[in-house]
Design a protein around this ligand. Sequence first.
Ligand code: HGY
Ligand code: MN
Ligand code: MN
Length: 416
Amino acid sequence: MSESTLPKSTLQQRIENHIETLSHFTATPGKGTTRLTYSEQDRQAREYIKQVMQEYGLQVREDGFGNIFGRLEGSIPDAPAVLIGSHFDSVPNGGSYDGPAGVVAGLEVAKLFQENGLTPKYPLEAVAMIEEEGGRFIGGLLGSRSMLGVISAEEFAAITDKDGVTTIEAMQKIGLDPSLPGKRDASSIRAFLELHIEQGPILEEEQIPIGIVEGIVGLTQVQITVKGKAGHAGTTPMDRRSDALVAASKIVAGLPELAQAQGGGSVATVGRLNVFPNGANVIPDQVIFTADLRAEHEEDVQGILEKTEQFAYSFATDNIDVQIERQLYIRPKQMSEQVKNLLRGISDQLDIPYRSLHSGAGHDAMIFSDFTDVGMLFIPSRAGLSHCPEEWSDSADMERAVRVLYEAAKRLTEVE
Ligand code: HGY
Ligand code: MN
Ligand code: MN
């Protein structure tokens, strides 16, 4: 997919500038975007987002979890707001669009309201959420789950990163105030719209600029701890070893087959694995790793979870201990029919080709969908790549999606 050659509109240029600016707030310059939650890079990106919200005439607020809101007041006092946004954290060495595309869309929809002097009946809020990826604090979707009370303020405060730093300590380190109001009542939200990159190949292959998301995959993450016995790599005979890494490796190697056998689009991924004590001449006595398990239908999510646990426990012996901790479980979610129809109608009206898509990636929209009407748009990802430095999407596609969301926001906020 090559970049469009038409002259760039002001809106497209603004979109590009935002994406480019945010991409510089990374701990791994030259090796993709690494912007972990409450890091110095988070702080830099946050300052930029709040500055843009101010420039766009929005009332800027951060909640007690570090989520950022830019609000355009409506004419009906205390009315529920239409939220448009996504997350601004990243995976390690990820791309520049996963999350920021949706945050920028929220900013630019608000800017179009300002430019056109629109007064909505219901407030409009651009939102930038923390820790969707779970790159620093286990589980992910932390900003939306905390905001909506899916996890309590006490559970939030007890979460620590791999170095034992708590969310609260990490927030305070970059000047955030955890005592600010946190949980938001669902009655204060009228709808949630999210633009996201597809992170797959379909839209590009079919040359279709917009995907309207039907549903989002169910996902669960477990942490598996395998314990054995440390020993000398040279003097411990092979028949006297309790090697935690050998046992863990057999579990890891067996997961793809389990996913295949489960069917229903089931997938299994071990993305994070730590060996202890991690010495080249020491038999490992502990291995801790995550298993990310997903499927389109709930019975398959349940199925692959149970089979993974049975399989892992089958490697326990008198000398090898296997413990499993369930860290996240989210059933498959459907997007709102009303919002999907609205997005389809607007795309038709704007003469923008679209197709329905199912999301194999998780999104904040899956949390909002239990509390309000939710709609998601996808734009093409070059070569379907994401969660890597090569991630790229065309700002012309982003502009088209912003225009669809702008029209949707006008209807949902009942612009006068
Ligand atoms: O893991 C996901 O699907 C998302 O990128 N957090
Ligand atoms: Mn994302
Ligand atoms: Mn992601």
